[in-house]
Design a protein around this ligand. Structure first.
Ligand SMILES: Cc1ncc(COP(=O)(O)O)c(C=O)c1O
Length: 363
């Protein structure tokens, strides 16, 4: 069986040795030493100014919207995971969808300005599959219209833009460290910002609004993460360079194997360095995608329609036209990709796909 994803796990003894410390201290959560150590190591590794660990990428998005005190309409992408939109609605704001560029699969900056109204407070854009958005264009529009910018950087550990970690851009970037992500802490996430005032507010909000043991400052939530999660994160951080370089090799093998295969790939903009966390292919039509997916299942190879559906079709948002996203979601498939995926398994995946395509095209 070849799953679509398999979390990277460190050596069990390394994790257990950190657990032993937790047992000795009997300190499980509430800004424990391992959470603090992981924040510090992540800030050093990523070269970012402020990073606050939280319990998930979804909670990171919700806290980001709250920390920036956003109200009214938020411009966002219809091509992302549901958490990007649901966080906006959860915070009592209205998602206004800006369609995507069919090549980069990110929000199309040329369509942003026509969606701005007096009620718009921010842009929340996803760097899809770790591929940087048109950051310069988005930041310029935001500056011209006095809007805040949140980048949903859930997929972006190891991605860079103009030589800096992708998390450095926008008022806040949010990360997910979920088990399926390239860098994982089982469940988890983070908010990254270069503004100390915003970082301070994030710190309050993730801890019930506590400003000291006996004082509260504003509405908060429990967004903390535990020592057990931080222990996993500390172990995995030691392997991250190895993980990133293996992913790159695996993706270039897929590139070679699919050289003569009819499918489009996501494109990147100049200045982007991607982390190869996913390998999506865009087929000519949905029928072909479904046929290939079914043939792979017969061989116990599992792929994922990611993202599906277009978020503009959710039953709790106002109907909006996003034809590019609506089309892409019907044709995009992510192939198996994880640290110990073997070359011969990639060969097998490609050969089943090529066989299916050649049969359906030339029979
Ligand atoms: C783009 C995007 N944003 C947000 C999330 C939510 O992250 P989490 O699962 O850590 O809550 C995900 C999760 O897959 C995602 O893909």
């Amino acid at each position: 069986m070849i799953p679509v994803n398999k979390p990277f796990l460190p050596k069990k003894e390394e994790y257990i040795s950190l657990l032993n410390g937790i047992w000795e201290r009997v300190w499980l959560t509430n800004s424990g030493p391992l959470v603090e150590e992981l924040e510090s190591q992540l800030m050093t590794y990523l070269k970012v100014e402020h990073l606050k660990i939280v319990s998930s990428g979804t909670v990171a998005l919700q806290i980001a919207i709250k920390a920036l005190d956003l109200k009214g309409e938020i411009l966002t992408t219809p091509f992302s995971y549901v958490a990007t939109t649901s966080s906006i609605v959860w915070q009592g704001c209205e998602p206004i969808f800006v369609d995507i560029d069919s090549k980069t699969l990110n929000m199309n900056p040329e369509l942003i300005e026509r969606s701005i109204t007096p009620h718009t407070s921010a842009i929340l854009a996803t760097h899809v599959f770790g591929n940087p958005c048109d950051i310069d264009a988005i930041l310029q529009i935001a500056e011209d219209h006095k809007l805040k910018v949140i980048f949903d950087a859930a997929h972006c550990f190891g991605s860079e833009y103009r030589g800096k970690a992708l998390y450095n851009y926008g008022d806040i970037s949010t990360a997910s460290f979920h088990a399926t992500k390239i860098y994982q802490t089982v469940e988890g996430g983070a908010l990254i910002t270069s503004d100390p005032e915003i970082a301070y507010r994030i710190g309050l909000i993730r801890n019930f609004g506590h400003d000291g043991p006996l004082k509260f400052n504003g509405v908060g939530i429990n967004g903390k993460n535990s020592e057990m999660h931080a222990a996993m994160g500390l172990c995995n951080l030691k392997y991250i360079d190895q993980i990133l370089s293996r992913r790159k090799k695996q993706c270039s093998l897929y590139d070679q194997l699919f050289e003569d295969f009819k499918a489009e790939k996501q494109q990147t903009l100049p200045g982007a360095k991607i982390n190869h966390s996913y390998y999506p292919l865009i087929f000519e039509n949905e029928d072909e995608l479904l046929e290939i997916q079914a043939e792979l299942v017969k061989e116990e190879i599992y792929t994922r329609r990611y993202f599906y559906p277009s978020l503009s079709s959710l039953n709790y948002v106002k109907k909006q036209r996003t034809p590019v996203s609506d089309d892409i979601v019907t044709r995009i498939l992510c192939l198996p990709l994880y640290h110990d995926l073997k070359e011969h398994e990639q060969d097998k995946i490609a050969s089943v796909m090529k066989r299916t395509q050649s049969k359906s095209y030339f029979a």
